[in-house]
Design a protein. Structure first.
Length: 355
């Protein structure tokens, strides 16, 4: 690596670290102010609160790495442009290709960092933070979540769901057990699906088995039944993509589809999990292309403004495409990778037309 390459790499890495620390600090502070009352009301020790916020850091780190690396590149080149360093380098015969090498290395390093954290650390840390929030803060002691099942325990009931779709408020594969004071089963209800309507669950295509003085079994097509759990409760216990690695989410999709349920939403999340880390590399190329075209020469303020604007626009379009994928309007691959392809084309256009 040349002296110039080491210099550019060091500056980008330095600003990236500063930006990431600032963002993490702001997030933890805001989240702490918002939730400190909940921890106090629950009587939780400060060590558990510290662990809760620590477990959330990998998730925020993954989400903010693309923005951080983009801002780092734009700040570095914005300050170099303001101090006429870029002019001096170009006057000395340093080509744009030479300046691109350290940028690409930084982008690849950021992408690799996102993949390692997202696959190796984030699933466990997010799961642990959710468990602390649900069980220790919210007091949902009877909640247990696995990758392919949801179990919820009430005062006299145990509810099992094979799948819950929060956006449609539809539960699939419902099994409800009711118990008496001696913890003996008095009733079992099985239903293919249930929807939440007017404050109650409507179960469809099921069977009721009751054990009393005599054993009674009857079928039903539709029945209103209070399950004791709202869609908000179930949404908190539904397996979340960020709690699973790529392979775990892939196996979960296979399990859901093998049982005959629609897994379109999870397929979109699977493709998004694969596509999102590569935006770090694309963002560095966009930042370098803007710098090479001389779009900002005022240093830090204009660099930050450009960077935040680009990141905000990307996130809006990316979220919109994912929503179309969830609705089935776009195929999962197109919904997740389409914005990356457009952004890569934009980066290529900026680099080709750079001075």
């Amino acid at each position: 690596m040349t002296i110039i390459g080491r210099y550019v790499t060091r500056e980008i890495a330095r600003y990236f670290g500063i930006i990431l620390l600032i963002v993490l600090g702001i997030y933890v502070t805001v989240d702490f102010i918002e939730k400190v009352d909940n921890f106090i009301d629950a009587g939780l020790a400060w060590q558990r609160g510290f662990l809760y916020f620590s477990y959330k850091l990998p998730f925020i780190m993954v989400q903010m790495t693309p923005v951080g690396i983009l801002l780092a590149v734009m700040i570095t080149f914005g300050l170099m442009a303001k101090n006429n360093e870029l002019l001096a380098l170009r006057s000395g015969g340093v080509s744009l290709v030479s300046l691109m090498r350290p940028i690409v290395r930084c982008g690849l390093a950021a992408t690799l960092l996102m993949i390692l954290v997202a696959e190796g650390v984030m699933p466990l840390s997010v799961s642990q933070s959710n468990q602390i929030w649900l069980k220790e803060v919210k007091g949902r002691q009877g909640t247990h979540v696995r990758q392919n099942d949801i179990w919820l325990k009430g005062d006299e009931t145990i509810l099992h769901l094979k799948l819950f779709q929060p956006d449609q408020q539809v539960a699939k594969g419902i099994t409800l057990h009711r118990f008496d004071a001696d913890f003996k089963i008095t009733e079992r209800i099985d239903a293919d699906e249930g929807t939440f309507q007017d404050g109650a669950w409507v179960l469809r295509r099921g069977i009721i088995q009751q054990q009393g003085d005599r054993f009674d079994v009857r079928m039903f097509d539709e029945m209103h039944m209070p399950l004791g759990f709202s869609p908000e409760d179930l949404a908190l216990t539904t397996p979340k993509p960020e709690e699973m690695s790529f392979l775990q989410l892939h196996r979960f999709i296979k399990k859901v589809e093998a049982e005959g349920y629609d897994a379109t939403r999870y397929r979109v999340d699977l493709q998004a999990k694969a596509a999102f880390p590569f935006i770090s590399l694309i963002m560095t190329l966009i930042g370098a292309g803007l710098a090479a075209r001389g779009k900002f020469t005022a240093g830090l303020p204009s660099s930050v403004a450009f960077g935040l604007g680009i990141a905000f626009l990307y996130w809006i379009v990316f979220s919109f495409c994912l929503s179309l994928g969830y609705a089935g309007t776009l195929p999962p691959v197109v919904a997740a990778w389409g914005v990356n392809l457009i952004s890569l084309c934009l980066a290529g256009y900026l680099m080709i037309n750079a001075d």
